[in-house]
Design a protein around this ligand. Structure first.
Ligand code: PLP
Length: 455
């Protein structure tokens, strides 16, 4: 057992069950919550957390839970990473807020410089800071429309871009994200995604990235008209859609089409970015150079911050005063981001993401050899998933996913399900998790499959 001297919490890096999960104190809080917090906001695992660090979350009953979620790919650098905490603390004690649109401060500019340097491509770039991923996506669309003087936005099947009105329109899945919340923003068009596992089954042959891109460009040409399109917005690996990695060549073909037709190519790196996939940005896997990149989740070690970064000519097309927000680029959050970026660059986290990925793929392959319900294993680096199906078919098996998640939670392993069909288990541990914890978590998961399937 190793103790983690980081995050101000020397949390022993081991799974520990003191009570059932959720325990009595969590259940009591859950009662209070029901009377105080609106019902529309859910929690995957209602164990109330008091501390986190490395690969462990400690709950109010003293249970130690292995974290395979990282707050949905946010705490890539680990909870309470000291580089983040120290910088944020210092900023907090200096001043809490001025509003960058009223009085600016250096750390905002430093984060912009860092993002301009780190995002794909050596061209001249500019950055806009905001609060959430959805807000970044909305602003990317605003900027693209302002630059192109066009309206249409192309998004994809299985896409997730957020919960605000415009991003709901861009998000694919009705339940729970859109149901009853319309009317939605107009001029948003949905194109077919490259989804190798399902495309190959549907076509009975491999659909190449180029062929999948042709479906998209034909749809744009015939149904919208390329000259009407302001932006194509795509996740390099779809997150909420089920960790769908498009066929090789799909993203470059879309970029080429966008370039040819004066369309702004926006890559939404909110979930896949910041060392998660083993590279600083997932775009790098296919050598694409987006015109605009949206980032959030992993950007500031858990503090709320997001960004749009991209080509200077596009970013600077918007009139003065057209972009901003009261809290956007908050001084504490940008200080935290500088700490997180330092951790990504100096602590070998991208390399660690590759190692974690290799180990997770190993364990998933073992799972698949034992349980034919594991239909597909996919992802990059420390962003891996298994898609569960009814044995011998491609029919989604969401109840199995639910059973596994539930058993794992009871045993102190936090696993998140995802996907359009709710049949994908996604693994997104903090990049500070140990091999021992990963092995323990996957041992529990194997047990969960055996129990659920009676095998
Ligand atoms: C989470 C997510 C968003 C929305 O981010 P919020 O901070 O929740 O608004 C947008 N795009 C992608 C790809 C995401 O995963």
């Amino acid at each position: 057992m190793t103790t983690l001297e980081q995050g101000g919490q020397s949390l022993p890096q081991e799974r520990k069950l003191v009570t059932e999960i959720p325990g009595p104190k969590s259940r009591e809080l859950e009662q209070r919550r029901k009377a105080a917090v609106c019902a529309g906001v859910g929690s995957s695992l209602p164990a109330y957390i008091v501390a986190g660090g490395g690969g462990i979350l400690k709950d109010i009953d003293g249970n130690q839970i292995i974290d395979l979620g990282a707050g949905i790919a946010v705490t890539n650098v680990g909870n309470s990473n000291p580089r983040v905490v120290n910088r944020a603390k210092e900023a907090l004690e200096a001043f809490t807020h001025t509003c960058f649109m009223v009085n600016p401060y250096e750390a905002y500019v430093e984060v912009a410089e860092a993002l301009n340097r780190l995002t794909p491509g050596d061209h001249e770039k500019r950055t806009l800071l905001l609060n959430s991923g959805a807000e970044a996506v909305e602003n990317a669309v605003k900027i693209a429309r302002s630059y192109t003087k066009r309206n249409a936005v192309v998004v994809f099947d299985h896409a997730y871009h957020g919960r605000t009105n415009l991003t709901m329109a861009m998000t694919a899945k009705a339940m729970p994200y859109k149901k009853g919340f319309g009317p939605f923003a107009g001029e948003v068009y949905r194109a077919p995604m490259s989804y190798p596992f399902r495309d190959n089954a549907a076509y009975g042959t491999k659909l190449s990235g180029e062929e999948a891109a042709k479906r998209v460009t034909t749809m744009i040409d015939k149904q919208i008209g390329a000259e009407e399109v302001a932006a194509i917005v795509i996740e390099p690996i779809q997150g909420e859609g089920g960790f769908i990695v498009p066929a090789e060549g799909f993203l470059p073909a879309l970029q080429e089409y966008a370039q040819k037709n004066g369309i702004v190519f926006v890559v939404d790196e909110v979930q896949a970015g910041f060392a998660r996939t083993g590279k600083m940005f997932a775009s790098e896997w296919e050598g694409i150079t987006p015109d605009l990149v949206t980032t959030a989740k992993g950007i500031a070690g858990g503090l709320p911050l997001s960004a749009v970064t991209g080509r200077a000519d596009i970013m600077d097309a918007v009139h003065g005063g057209g972009l901003g927000g009261t809290y956007s680029g908050n001084p504490v959050a940008v200080a935290g981001a500088l700490g997180a970026i330092e951790a990504y660059e100096q602590d070998g986290l991208a390399q660690r993401a590759l190692e974690i990925g290799e180990k997770m793929v190993d364990r998933c392959t073992k799972l698949q050899s034992r349980f034919a319900e594991v239909g597909d294993i996919r992802g990059r680096g420390a962003m891996q998933a298994v898609e569960l199906v009814v044995e011998g078919t491609t029919e989604p098996h969401p109840t199995l996913a639910g059973d596994v998640v539930k058993y794992c939670a009871e045993q102190g392993v936090l696993v998140l399900s995802t996907g359009t069909f709710g049949n994908v288990l996604r693994f997104l541990p903090p990049l500070t998790i140990s091999d021992e914890l990963l092995d323990d978590a996957f041992d529990v998961m194997e047990e969960a499959f055996a129990k659920a399937l009676g095998k």
